[in-house]
Design a protein around this ligand. Sequence first.
Ligand SMILES: Nc1nc2c(ncn2[C@@H]2O[C@H](COP(=O)(O)OP(=O)(O)O)[C@@H](O)[C@H]2O)c(=O)[nH]1
Ligand SMILES: [Mg+2]
Ligand SMILES: [Zn+2]
Length: 290
Amino acid sequence: MKSKLLSGRIVKGVGGVFTVLAEERKYTCFSPKKLRYKQLDVLVGDNVQFEDLGKGKGVIVEVLPRKNKLYRPEIANVDLCFLVLASEPQPDFYLADKVLINCFKQGIEPVIVVNKTDLTVDTLNQVQSNYNGIADIVSMSAVSGNVDALKDYISGKVCCFAGQSAVGKTSILNALLPSFNGQVGGLSQKTGRGTHTTRHSSIHKVFDGYVVDTCGFSLCDLDDIRSEDLHLYLDDFVQIGGCKYTSCTHTVEPDCCVRQAVAEGRLNKERYDRYVEEFNELKEKEKDQY
Ligand SMILES: Nc1nc2c(ncn2[C@@H]2O[C@H](COP(=O)(O)OP(=O)(O)O)[C@@H](O)[C@H]2O)c(=O)[nH]1
Ligand SMILES: [Mg+2]
Ligand SMILES: [Zn+2]
């Protein structure tokens, strides 16, 4: 008997055993060594083809090309990232910039979520003045359990969460996915790290899309970006354009339209100052490399 080929998405993977969601059904699939050698790895989030062996079991025969891959945790094909900010702890805008830059680089749509608006709306104003026009900004309060603000964004996509510790990522996930039951305020006193760091991550169907149940920090480092290219990942800088030098880094060059925009108040000065600092940081690192 010839077995059937099905297409699905890997939603969970532990020790070479994968849960694949296909046509609203879950299959337990194995990935043969041969495939693993060819592809190197099979990841949660991968779109795969598998042979249906019956009784809910299958063998993965092909991993379809990936749109992107995130590390720590490893996840493939992320479409959207909710960058969570809050009044407590105060927003770390350097971290936020880096997440936005990495999203841009990986082809992930960033959406800024200002959480804890039950406490104050000052943060929302501050976030808007920094990121208006750069990413969609939604406000919410996870304590109310109302996560409708995120519904339309999740629909049809694979979404992950990023942001500082204690901004409310786990609280939001719990509200989206009651079965997740993540530990809120989950900081280990000893290490200062989240308690979920060693757990395998999975993706879960929520509304008409998926959410990744781990709040990794893989989007927080500017690993392989060169200082002179940094500005190319800042869409608001790119939009301004028109500098005298095409390779303008917008730091010291004459006739720089980006600096002009800052002087005229068309570009947020705090955001620009952070860019200069990040630029200098990358330059310093490059010096150390030679
Ligand atoms: N007032 C208020 N507190 C919140 C809200 N969301 C989360 N918290 C609290 O913030 C703390 C950290 O939340 P948690 O979800 O663990 O943050 P995470 O570290 O980003 O996962 C906990 O004490 C939560 O109860 C909110 O919308 N309003
Ligand atoms: Mg958490
Ligand atoms: Zn310039």
